[in-house]
Each structure stands twice: as C-alpha cells, then as structure tokens.
Design a protein around this ligand. Structure first.
Ligand code: ADE
Ligand code: ZN
Length: 356
C-alpha cells in the first residue's frame, strides 16, 4: 500500500468512527442551531422579513464581516422565535439532528431574555421546552439540558430576568447560567448573579478569551466562579493562566470553526488548539452556532481529527472529556460514561485518556 493510500484508509476509518461514536456537546446555542429550512418556516409564521427566501440565499446571508455583524444576524434569527410552538419546532429539529449524529448528551445555551423582550412568555417557553426535551429523551434517546445565557452588552435588567428564569425552572432541565455577548463589556457587574447561581445549585460557564485577551478569562474565574470557559483561546497568551487552568482542571469549550468564521483566528491550521492541548488544559470540542457557521459537531471532530492526526483512542478520549466536565449529577454521569465506554470497548478502543 502506498503511503497516500494508507493515509486515505486511516482518514476513512477515522471519519467512519467519528460518525458512529457516541458524542457529547457542552457549548452550542439553540438560536444558532436553526438550519435554513426550519428558519424559513419560523420566519413565515412570525412574519419576519429575512433577506432571502430560499435555503441557498439564507446560507449566503450567513457570512459575517465581524462580531457585530454576527450579533445583528443572531438577533434577526431570535425574532423568528416567539410562541411556545416555535421553540418546540426549533428544539425538535435540533434533537433529531443530535440523534442522527449520535450526540447523546447536549448542553445548549438559550438567550431567554432576548425572547422575553420580543414578547415571549418565559414560563410557557420553559414548559414547552421541557415537553420537547422529555420526548427527545424517550423517543430518540438523546438528552438535552439548558444553560440560560446572560448577554454582557444589553440592558442590565435582563441579567436579573435570566437568573430568575433559570432558578424558576431548575426542574425543567435548566442546569446552568452562562455569559455571552461582547467581551468589551466586563464580567464584574454580573458577579452577584453568578454568586446566587452558585448558592442555588446552578452551574456556571462564561464565554471569555474569545474576542478579548487573557484578562477576560481571569475575570470570568474571579468574578463569576466559572467552572468552564467558553472558547478561552486567548489563554495561550498568558503562561500563568495556563498553569491555573491546568491545576484547577478548568476546561475550555473549544469551537474552532466558529473562531475562524468570526475572523478571530486566521485559519484552522493557525488555531491555538494544539498549544492549549500541549499545555495540558482539558478541552472539549463544540460547534457553538452550527447553522450559522455551516458546521456540525461531527464536522468539528473530522477537522480536528485530521489537524491533530488523532487516532481512535484519542477521539474516544475527547468524547469522554466532554462527559467528565458536563453539568450532570454524578449518578447520571456515571451511567452515560458506562454507555460510552461500552461502545468504545466493543470497537476495541479502551485505555483512552479519560477526563483530563
Ligand atoms: N452568542 C452566540 N455565539 C456567541 C459567541 N461565539 N460568542 C459570544 N456570544 C455568542
Ligand atoms: Zn457560544
């Protein structure tokens, strides 16, 4: 076999394995996961004028000049969700896609305060979403949990609303409080929200070190008690921070395609992922806003698997790391870990670097 043929065989085997293996995703936004056909249906229901009327046109629309342009499009998409049935349609399509990709566990961000500002009823949405999540678990075998996202750069009162919504619906699959939006707005003002979240049993993850430097990550740790960092790629600029992340086992939720499509990293090849990995930082792989970035968790695994020439054992380890850092109760984590481990063992893959 020539080396080119053997490269092709290895790659084929890797892709096949990725497609079929059990996966978990910790950083994906519901609003950024609505594929073009569903978005067109929702826009028609809500009478929202989108700049395109067909799938190809919508996909062309989703090209971002910069982060502000991305947020503008994100808000337009959010206007297509208002009634409980809209959220159910988007979530059901999302869960079906999860099932097709064998993503058995997902934590999805939801920016509830944007929807309430657009006229939605937060309690009705929570109720409707819980129904759809329960059906997904029963009919498709995929689990979904919610992270209610505070947006840094909007009216401060919306942060109170977000926390309140999350606390009111702890029994409806809400597991965490998140912080997203423009990092030019510091995390410090949300200190109290995250302190209450911690006391009341909500987990905490903060987007930081994506658009801004390492200081934003220090901020997230100090002021929000972040258990995980969304993106965190600029940690590479600060050796002291790398030591702290490694020692405290604070994982980064990496989304390489998102970083490239938003122009924060010039190319996948130049992404600091390998440097973060070599520094011993735990990390999971994520799609962030798969519909907006024309990606999927499977495609992220394929791209990174190629980039880092990962073998099956390393791929399995990456899947297990996500589970290790999921906002799950221990009993549920153990039972999912058993399912994953059994699947890998049946493929002859074990002894993987489990939960770095
Ligand atoms: N909201 C949705 N995606 C985001 C991202 N990548 N960064 C910050 N806020 C977001
Ligand atoms: Zn995100």
């Amino acid at each position: 076999m020539t080396s080119m043929t053997s490269d092709r065989t290895v790659r084929h085997e890797r892709f096949e394995f990725i497609r079929r293996m059990p996966k978990a995703e910790l950083h994906v936004h519901l609003e950024g996961s609505i594929r073009a056909p569903t978005l067109l249906e929702l826009a028609a229901r809500r009478n929202v004028e989108l700049p395109a009327r067909d799938v190809a046109g919508i996909e062309r629309w989703l090209t971002f000049r910069d982060f502000d342009h991305f947020l503008e499009i994100y808000l337009t998409i959010s206007r297509c969700l208002r009634d409980p049935e809209d959220f159910q349609l988007a979530t059901a399509a999302f869960l079906e896609e999860r099932a097709r990709e064998n993503i058995l566990y997902t934590e999805a961000h939801l920016t509830i305060s944007t929807h309430v500002a657009n006229g939605a009823n937060g309690d009705e949405i929570a109720e409707a979403l819980a129904e759809t999540v329960a059906a997904g678990e029963k009919d498709l075998g995929v689990r979904l949990r919610w992270i209610a996202d505070i947006v840094r750069n909007v009216d401060f009162g919306r942060a109170d609303q977000t926390l309140e919504w999350a606390l009111d619906h702890l029994d409806k699959y809400v597991v965490g409080l998140g912080l997203s939006g423009k990092e030019s707005h510091p995390a410090q003002p949300f200190r109290e929200h995250f302190a209450v979240a911690e006391t009341e049993g909500l987990h905490r993850t903060v987007h930081a070190g994506e658009q801004s430097g390492a200081a934003a990550i220090w901020d997230a740790l100090e002021h929000c008690g972040a258990e995980r960092i969304g993106h965190g790629i600029r940690a590479v600029e600060d050796p002291k921070l790398l030591d702290v992340l490694r020692e405290r086992k604070i994982p980064l939720e990496l989304s390489p395609t998102s970083n490239v499509r938003l122009g924060l990293v010039p190319s996948l090849e130049e992404h600091p992922l390998r440097r973060l990995h070599d520094a011993g930082i735990p990390w999971s792989l994520n799609s962030d806003d798969p519909a907006l970035f024309h990606t999927s968790l499977t495609q992220e695994f394929e791209a990174v698997g190629d980039l880092m020439s990962m073998d099956l054992r390393e791929l399995a380890g990456l899947s297990m790391t996500a589970l290790e850092h999921a906002f799950l109760e221990d009993s549920e984590r153990t039972s999912l870990q058993r399912v994953f481990r059994t699947w890998f063992a049946n493929q002859g893959v074990d002894g993987f670097p489990d939960g770095r």
